[in-house]
Write a protein that binds this ligand. Structure first.
Ligand code: FAD
Ligand code: UDP
Length: 365
């Protein structure tokens, strides 16, 4: 019998759910994580008494009661509702696209007036939308597409909107009411004591070794356990033998400012193409902070290169087709389970990531 039942590669959210469930079922797990901390991209840092989302703004939202109950075992959530704004040439528009956005953009006040303008503008799309540009125009018309979507999206993904899948923009609600809640979900919030508390409780009692890259000792590590859960990059697992999948990375530039309220909102997007960052996060507003100073982070998107963190899978046609081929290789690996945003190459939010992990646990234990 081997020393562990499971070797878990990565200490992000997917791994945390799996490890926690495995422990409940009496399984012995070893977790290896290449960063110097647990939590993956939901990890936070304390700066000037402010909880800083080190890898970008994370707002928990779900309509799945099972997932909501699941996370509430580990921490209490505040009542934060994400209501970001979009800055276009100094003018501020509410998001997601709703009556506040339409009234400012079109100088109207009634839903019927907004509908009439958008219906007229979207007539240029006659067939089923096949890419992000067509999808965006058919949802909100050309003017909003040009001012609030095109520049932001091309910075975020480094690709023309015509070459991106439609589903990316369908993530955002479009409403003919004055409702600035970015999400349609039933449950929403940020852990009162930060995500670290949640993730620490999930890994409680489980052996975790940080600062260890699985690929530095792949065979030795695999030999320690009966099975492996791998939540790193699936193409890297197979030594990129079918070719490289694309990922988008980000550079975060964080500053402490000697003022209490820099932008008056947690998330401000910048949709102009010539502003190099996509958004500025002012972290204290996630927790209604009243500190004297404030911490802001600018988010600069970039194409992933070796050494960068791979934050987003690029689910366009080429990459999805290549992923399918890697998935075939993965199926042949009987003792390896692939999970998470990188292992499954899916643009998962936290709730979907937890749901997917719980489904795998149901089959496994
Ligand atoms: P990760 O968090 O990426 O964890 C994988 C872990 O594996 C990492 O810690 C990594 O270091 C480790 N690893 C990789 N390779 C190796 C290796 N070779 N050896 C050892 N360790 C390895 N979701 C929401 O619900 N709401 C939001 O507001 C939201 N905002 C987001 C903003 C940004 C900028 C990003 C990038 C994501 C956002 N998400 C949001 C999504 C959320 O971050 C993910 O759903 C979730 O964190 C995925 O967890 P994971 O375990 O799959 O991946
Ligand atoms: N988007 C946009 N303008 C905005 C905000 C979002 O065009 O001001 C588009 C962009 O293509 C982005 C997608 O909507 O990739 C999804 O936005 P979301 O905020 O869900 O992205 P995430 O938080 O996952 O980066």
């Amino acid at each position: 019998m081997k020393q562990y039942d499971y070797l878990i590669v990565g200490a992000g959210l997917f791994a945390a759910v799996f490890a926690n469930e495995a422990k409940k079922h009496g399984k012995r797990c070893l977790v290896v994580e290449k960063r110097d901390h647990i939590g993956g991209n939901i990890y936070c840092e304390d700066i000037e008494g402010i909880t800083v989302h080190k890898y970008g703004a994370h707002i928990f939202h779900t309509s799945n009661r099972k997932v909501w109950n699941y996370v509430n075992q580990f921490c209490e959530f505040n009542n934060f509702i994400n209501s970001p704004v979009c800055n276009y040439k100094g003018d501020i528009f509410n998001l997601p696209f709703n009556m506040n956005t339409f009234s400012k953009m079109f100088s109207i006040s009634k839903p019927d007036e907004a509908k009439e303008i958008i219906e007229r503008q979207k007539q240029e799309i006659t067939d089923t939308p096949e890419n992000l540009e067509e999808q965006a125009i058919s949802l909100v018309g050309r003017e909003i597409y040009e001012k609030l979507i095109k520049g932001y999206t091309e910075k975020q993904w480094g690709r023309d909107c015509k070459d991106l899948p439609a589903f990316i923009i369908k993530r955002l609600p479009v409403r003919y009411t004055y409702d600035n809640n970015y999400f349609d979900d039933r449950y929403q919030g940020i852990p009162v004591n930060g995500y670290n508390e949640m993730i620490e409780k999930m890994f409680d009692g489980i052996e975790v070794r940080t600062g260890i890259d699985f690929f530095d000792n792949k065979e030795e590590l695999l030999a320690l356990a009966e099975k492996c859960l791998f939540t790193g990059m699936i193409d890297e697992f197979f030594d990129f033998k079918l070719g490289k999948l694309n990922y988008r990375s980000l550079k975060f530039e964080t500053e402490v400012l000697n003022e209490s309220n820099y932008q008056g909102v947690a998330v401000m997007n910048f949709s102009e193409r010539n502003i190099p960052y996509t958004r500025i996060i002012e972290h204290k507003h996630f927790a209604f902070g009243t500190q004297k100073k404030t911490v802001i982070t600018k988010e600069y998107p970039k194409e992933w290169q070796e050494g960068d963190e791979p934050y987003y899978p690029v689910n366009d046609e080429r990459n999805n087709a290549l992923y399918k081929q890697y998935e075939e290789l993965a199926k042949a690996e009987k003792n390896i389970i692939f999970g998470g945003r990188l292992g499954l190459y899916k643009y998962y939010d936290m709730d979907k990531c937890i749901e997917a992990a719980l489904n795998i646990c149901d089959k496994e234990f």
